[in-house]
Ligand binder design. Structure first.
Ligand SMILES: [Zn+2]
Length: 123
Protein backbone atom coordinates (compact mmCIF):
# COMPACT_ATOMS: atom_id res chain seq x y z
CA UNK A 1 0.00 0.00 0.00
CA UNK A 2 2.74 2.42 0.96
CA UNK A 3 4.64 1.84 -2.26
CA UNK A 4 1.48 2.22 -4.31
CA UNK A 5 0.73 5.62 -2.83
CA UNK A 6 4.27 6.77 -3.43
CA UNK A 7 4.10 5.84 -7.10
CA UNK A 8 0.82 7.69 -7.46
CA UNK A 9 2.40 10.78 -5.91
CA UNK A 10 5.26 10.69 -8.37
CA UNK A 11 2.85 10.38 -11.29
CA UNK A 12 0.90 13.34 -9.98
CA UNK A 13 4.07 15.39 -9.65
CA UNK A 14 5.12 14.41 -13.17
CA UNK A 15 1.73 15.43 -14.55
CA UNK A 16 1.86 18.78 -12.77
CA UNK A 17 5.37 19.43 -14.09
CA UNK A 18 4.30 18.53 -17.62
CA UNK A 19 1.31 20.85 -17.50
CA UNK A 20 3.42 23.67 -16.08
CA UNK A 21 6.05 23.14 -18.77
CA UNK A 22 3.45 23.13 -21.53
CA UNK A 23 1.87 26.30 -20.18
CA UNK A 24 5.21 28.09 -20.29
CA UNK A 25 5.84 26.82 -23.84
CA UNK A 26 2.42 27.87 -25.10
CA UNK A 27 2.73 31.25 -23.41
CA UNK A 28 6.16 31.84 -24.95
CA UNK A 29 4.94 30.80 -28.37
CA UNK A 30 1.79 32.97 -28.35
CA UNK A 31 3.59 35.89 -26.76
CA UNK A 32 6.38 35.70 -29.31
CA UNK A 33 4.06 35.42 -32.28
CA UNK A 34 1.89 38.35 -31.27
CA UNK A 35 4.61 40.67 -30.07
CA UNK A 36 5.46 43.88 -31.85
CA UNK A 37 8.95 45.18 -32.31
CA UNK A 38 10.42 48.58 -32.91
CA UNK A 39 13.01 49.05 -35.58
CA UNK A 40 15.46 51.87 -35.00
CA UNK A 41 16.94 53.34 -38.16
CA UNK A 42 19.57 56.02 -38.55
CA UNK A 43 19.86 57.57 -42.00
CA UNK A 44 17.87 54.60 -43.27
CA UNK A 45 20.20 51.96 -41.85
CA UNK A 46 18.90 49.64 -39.15
CA UNK A 47 20.69 50.29 -35.86
CA UNK A 48 18.67 47.96 -33.71
CA UNK A 49 15.46 46.00 -33.28
CA UNK A 50 13.81 45.83 -29.88
CA UNK A 51 10.82 43.95 -28.57
CA UNK A 52 7.95 46.07 -27.28
CA UNK A 53 7.13 43.41 -24.72
CA UNK A 54 10.28 44.19 -22.78
CA UNK A 55 10.48 47.43 -20.82
CA UNK A 56 13.79 49.17 -21.42
CA UNK A 57 15.58 52.34 -22.42
CA UNK A 58 17.80 52.41 -25.47
CA UNK A 59 20.43 54.97 -26.38
CA UNK A 60 20.24 55.68 -30.07
CA UNK A 61 22.83 57.13 -32.40
CA UNK A 62 25.55 57.26 -29.79
CA UNK A 63 23.31 59.05 -27.31
CA UNK A 64 21.59 61.76 -29.40
CA UNK A 65 18.23 60.14 -28.71
CA UNK A 66 16.87 58.02 -25.89
CA UNK A 67 14.14 55.56 -26.70
CA UNK A 68 11.88 54.33 -23.95
CA UNK A 69 9.91 51.11 -24.21
CA UNK A 70 7.27 50.65 -21.59
CA UNK A 71 3.99 48.73 -21.36
CA UNK A 72 4.20 47.70 -25.00
CA UNK A 73 4.71 51.25 -26.26
CA UNK A 74 7.77 53.06 -27.51
CA UNK A 75 8.42 56.76 -27.08
CA UNK A 76 11.33 59.14 -27.39
CA UNK A 77 12.08 60.14 -23.83
CA UNK A 78 14.99 62.44 -24.62
CA UNK A 79 16.74 63.96 -27.62
CA UNK A 80 19.36 66.59 -28.23
CA UNK A 81 17.67 67.90 -31.39
CA UNK A 82 16.66 71.59 -31.45
CA UNK A 83 12.99 71.07 -32.40
CA UNK A 84 12.16 68.34 -29.82
CA UNK A 85 9.34 67.19 -32.08
CA UNK A 86 10.21 63.53 -31.57
CA UNK A 87 10.10 63.89 -27.79
CA UNK A 88 6.62 65.37 -27.99
CA UNK A 89 5.27 62.67 -30.27
CA UNK A 90 2.78 60.22 -28.84
CA UNK A 91 4.06 56.77 -27.87
CA UNK A 92 3.78 54.28 -30.71
CA UNK A 93 2.65 50.68 -30.40
CA UNK A 94 0.78 49.73 -33.58
CA UNK A 95 2.17 48.35 -36.81
CA UNK A 96 3.70 51.04 -39.06
CA UNK A 97 3.44 53.79 -36.44
CA UNK A 98 6.67 55.70 -36.21
CA UNK A 99 8.54 58.40 -34.39
CA UNK A 100 10.83 60.47 -36.55
CA UNK A 101 13.60 62.77 -35.44
CA UNK A 102 14.46 64.72 -38.56
CA UNK A 103 17.47 66.66 -37.25
CA UNK A 104 19.17 63.48 -36.06
CA UNK A 105 17.88 61.35 -38.98
CA UNK A 106 16.47 58.84 -36.50
CA UNK A 107 13.39 56.79 -37.33
CA UNK A 108 11.70 54.49 -34.84
CA UNK A 109 9.13 52.30 -36.52
CA UNK A 110 6.82 49.66 -35.09
CA UNK A 111 6.56 46.37 -36.90
CA UNK A 112 4.22 43.60 -35.88
CA UNK A 113 5.87 40.27 -36.41
CA UNK A 114 2.81 38.99 -38.28
CA UNK A 115 3.65 41.17 -41.29
CA UNK A 116 7.30 40.28 -41.55
CA UNK A 117 6.92 37.55 -44.20
CA UNK A 118 4.68 39.78 -46.26
CA UNK A 119 7.29 42.53 -46.25
CA UNK A 120 10.01 40.08 -47.25
CA UNK A 121 7.98 39.06 -50.29
CA UNK A 122 7.04 42.56 -51.44
CA UNK A 123 10.50 43.97 -50.95
ZN1 LIG B 1 14.15 65.02 -32.44
Amino acid sequence: MKNGLKKKDWILIAVILCVAGLTVLVHTFIGGAGANRVIVKIEGAIEGIYSLSEDREVEINGGTNLLKIKNGEASMSWADCPDQLCVHQKPVSLNRESIICLPNKVVVEVESSGNREFDAVTN
